[in-house]
Structure formats: structure tokens, C-alpha cells
Design a protein around this ligand. Structure first.
Ligand SMILES: *Cc1c(COP(=O)(O)O)cnc(C)c1O
Length: 450
């Protein structure tokens, strides 16, 4: 099998897999936020190292993972692939359900896979410090871990409402040696502008991105780091799918369906793109399904258009499925799935009809997560529960048809810091909410005219 040469004896992949090489056409390039012309490598250089910019635009199928990055991956990789046999039984389904468990990383999710790689390429080019934003704290904790392991400084702007509601992720960031500031803050112009309008602003990912980007753009020794959406981030996550493919092979199985939850699209791409590559190269017919919250329906209801990545319009424009850069997320419990846009590469694959998208409501999401935890023990992150809800639907379909499909999903992280959300669900306090069509139409009026 072709996958073998991608893995070393310690069974950690030696290469990242770049789906761009196997697509019929690449996605459109990003545009400069000032000129609205295609952005070249130099336009991105104030924020990112050349090593990552080259990956962002690379047509190469396989990109070598640096030895030091693989050495750090060994702290938690390869991650386990498990068969959810007890859950299959509880559901009474003939389906064979496998999951890849990324919750075993020190930060408890897939995010360190790219955090370590991004910190490494920055340090190679003499960068001393990284800035970033974080919502619920998953990405901020992953990047602070990576910077600590590679001897770099890290500054995290954390959405203010989460800073106070999710104190333990904030504590992890500090244990791993980074500085964490609630956003909006008075440390940046973007933050001060928001505070002048609304001193009690709870913050948003878009605002926190503006603050982190502003600090990085002003200093030569500092760059910015993004935890999802960009193509190089998706690339780094393909270690998940490559390992899963080899592990499935050891189990004598190959998936009929691959499922992942989507926020910005990185863990989904990580598990799905290696299998999508097999569809494209070898004519395999695996169905690939991305699952999002009905409250933030970027893929199922958004528009495919050029849009900004942040509220203050400082980032390059990318063509993506979007709810508009001024999208204000409703207070749902899957903090990691509240971004207004979807990765350009995932959006492009969706537009080409190569992958499917589904949305699910909150109560169904938690009900599936609790059902899974009661059979398999693992308490999943609320984000991961979106994938689990979709898998349960597929398992029910198999029960009706008697079809014993093989299903693989990515369990992107554990939910140990999200127990308040589980309490809300168990106490019957979660409300189902679907983002209204009118709001989407309204936001579309503010899309940049390109
Ligand atoms: C951040 C996060 C997500 C969503 O981000 P993607 O880039 O879409 O993967 C999903 N699951 C967990 C556990 C996360 O921390």
C-alpha cells in the first residue's frame, strides 16, 4: 500500500499530505486587504515565516516533517485508533464504528499537531515570539505548549467572556509559560477602538485576531499564528488521517464513510484529506462528511465568497464559505466551532462536490456525546460531539437497512474542561437554535466587493 512509505518505524508519518496536488484545480489565491489584488508571499511575510507561506501555496503532494517536530510528536503520537464496539452494541447497529482519538495530546486535542510545526518554522527564521487569539482556550493552550517546548515566547489574546468563564484553560496557558490577556484589551489600537464603543464588550474571535495580528505586524521579532482555516494548518493535521489509514489497514478495514466536526476545518481535513486523496487517485468511493452546529452553519447555509478573516479587516481576504466577517456567534457550547468562515481548501472541496456537509442542533449533539461516554468511557469535547451525532445518525440508517457500513470519525479532543456545558445539558438547560436566514442575508451586504 502506498501509505507505508509515509510512515517510519515508529509509525509516525514522515511527510504531511497536501491535497492540493490531487485536486482538479487549486482554490483561488488570497487577496491583499488594501489593494484587493492577489497576495504574493511578500504580502504575508510580516505575519508568517517563509517556510509556512511556501507550504500555504505549495503544489507538492508530500512535504517532509522536520525531525525535531517528529521528535515532539512522539510525546503523544501515534494516537490510538479504536473500535467503538460497546457503543455499536448499545446502538444496536450492524455498522462498524472506528474512531481516531486526538484527546491524548498534552493539550487534549488535535491542535498541538500544527502548533508545534508552526512554532518550529518561525524559530528557524529567527522569530522569538508568537501572538495568537483563542476562544475557549484550546488553541491558546496548544500554542503555549509548543512555544515552551521550542524555547519561544507566546502572547495569547483570549476572548474576554471565555477568559472569565473558562479559567482552567487560561491556567494551562500560564503553566506552559505564555502571557494571556482578555480581549478586547487596551494593549492594541483595535482593542481600544472596540472598548471606546462598548466598554463591556464580551469580545469575539474576530476582535482577538485583530489584536494579535496588530501586535505581530508591528514587531520584527514577532509573528502571528493561526490555529485553523489556513492551508498549512490543514496540511499539518494530515498526520491524523495517514496514521488512521495504516491503523485501519492493520485492522483489515477501510472506511465507507469518514466523519469530522468543523469549526475552521482543520481536524476534519486532518482525518479526511488522506482518504479523499485515495478517492481522487485510486477511484475509491469513501463518503466524506463535515459536521457543523446549526447555530453557525457556515457550510450548509453560508455563501462562497471572498471575505476577511477578522472583524477589523486586517487579514488578507480568502475565498471561503462564510457567514460574513461581522458574524456575532450565538452563545453555543461548542466554543471551537464558532468561527464565521470555513477553510478555503475545505470550502473548495465542498464546492467541487467532493465532500458533504451536515448541521446538527445542540441537544442532539450532547445527547450523542453522553451516549458515547456511557459506552466507551471517553468524555468528548462538545466540538467532537458534532461528529458523534452524525455517526449515530449513520449507525441508525445502517440499523434500518441492515447494511454493515464501516464508519471512521475523528474524536478531536476530550471534554474535561467543558463539564459546565454537560451539566447544562443534563439539567435540561440547553436551548436549540438555528442561525436565521435573514441574518445571513444581512451579513452578505457587508461582504467586500471583489
Ligand atoms: C478547535 C477545536 C475544533 C475545531 O477546529 P477545527 O479547525 O475545525 O478542527 C474541534 N475540536 C476540538 C477539540 C477543538 O479544540
Amino acid at each position: 500500500m502506498a501509505v507505508k512509505y509515509l510512515l517510519s518505524e515508529d509509525r509516525i508519518p514522515t511527510m504531511w499530505y497536501n491535497i492540493a496536488a490531487d485536486l482538479p484545480a487549486p482554490p483561488p489565491p488570497p487577496l491583499h486587504p488594501g489593494t484587493l489584488q492577489p497576495a504574493g508571499p511578500d504580502d504575508l511575510a510580516p505575519l508568517f515565516p517563509m517556510g509556512l507561506i511556501m507550504q500555504e501555496m505549495s503544489p507538492e503532494r508530500l512535504i517532509e516533517i522536520p525531525d525535531e517536530v517528529r521528535e515532539i510528536y512522539r510525546l503523544w503520537r501515534p494516537t490510538p485508533l479504536l473500535r467503538a464496539a460497546r457503543w455499536e452494541k448499545a446502538l444496536g447497529t450492524p455498522a462498524k464504528i472506528y474512531f481516531k482519538y486526538e484527546g491524548v495530546s498534552p493539550a487534549g486535542s488535535h491542535k498541538p499537531n500544527t502548533a508545534v510545526a508552526q512554532a518550529w518554522y518561525n524559530r528557524e527564521e529567527g522569530i522569538r515570539k508568537l501572538t495568537t487569539e483563542t476562544g475557549a482556550g484550546q488553541w491558546g493552550s496548544a500554542l503555549s505548549l509548543a512555544c515552551q517546548l521550542l524555547g519561544m515566547e507566546c502572547l495569547v489574546y483570549m476572548v474576554k467572556v471565555s477568559f472569565f468563564q473558562k479559567p482552567y484553560r487560561r491556567s494551562m496557558i500560564r503553566v506552559w509559560g505564555a502571557e494571556v490577556i482578555p480581549s478586547p484589551s487596551d494593549t492594541t489600537e483595535s482593542g481600544r477602538a472596540i472598548l471606546a464603543q462598548d466598554p463591556d464588550s464580551p469580545g469575539s474571535l474576530g476582535i482577538a485576531i485583530s489584536e494579535a495580528v496588530e501586535v505581530a505586524a508591528k514587531r520584527d521579532d514577532t509573528h502571528y499564528s493561526l490555529g485553523s482555516v489556513l492551508s498549512h494548518v490543514l496540511l499539518h493535521q494530515t498526520v491524523i488521517g495517514q496514521e488512521a489509514m495504516e491503523q485501519m489497514e492493520l485492522a483489515g478495514a477501510y472506511p465507507d464513510v469518514v466523519v469530522g466536526c468543523v469549526g475552521g476545518g482543520s481536524n476534519f481535513a486532518g482525518i479526511a484529506f488522506p482518504f479523499l486523496g485515495e478517492n481522487l487517485k485510486k477511484g475509491k468511493k469513501t463518503r466524506i462528511i463535515a459536521v457543523e452546529p446549526a447555530a453557525c452553519p457556515t457550510m450548509t447555509k453560508g455563501i462562497y465568497a471572498f471575505d476577511y478573516g477578522d472583524t477589523a479587516k486586517l487579514t488578507p481576504l480568502v475565498k471561503m464559505e462564510t457567514l460574513g466577517h461581522d458574524f456575532i456567534p450565538p452563545g453555543i457550547h461548542a466554543g471551537g466551532l464558532r468561527y464565521h468562515g470555513m477553510a478555503p481548501m475545505v470550502s473548495h472541496c465542498h464546492q467541487l462536490g467532493l465532500i458533504e456537509a451536515e448541521s446538527v442542533m445542540q441537544n442532539e449533539v450532547f445527547s450523542a456525546g453522553v451516549s458515547f461516554a456511557r459506552s466507551e468511557g471517553i468524555i468528548p469535547a462538545p466540538e467532537s460531539n458534532h461528529a458523534i451525532a452524525q455517526v449515530r445518525k449513520l449507525a441508525d440508517e445502517c440499523k434500518e437497512s441492515g447494511d454493515a457500513k464501516t464508519i471512521l470519525f475523528n474524536l478531536s479532543g476530550h471534554g474535561h474542561f467543558d463539564m459546565a456545558s454537560y451539566d447544562n445539558y443534563l439539567d435540561g438547560k440547553l436551548e436549540d437554535y438555528a442561525y436565521p436566514e435573514e441574518k445571513i442575508k444581512e451579513a452578505m451586504k457587508n461582504l467586500p466587493k471583489v
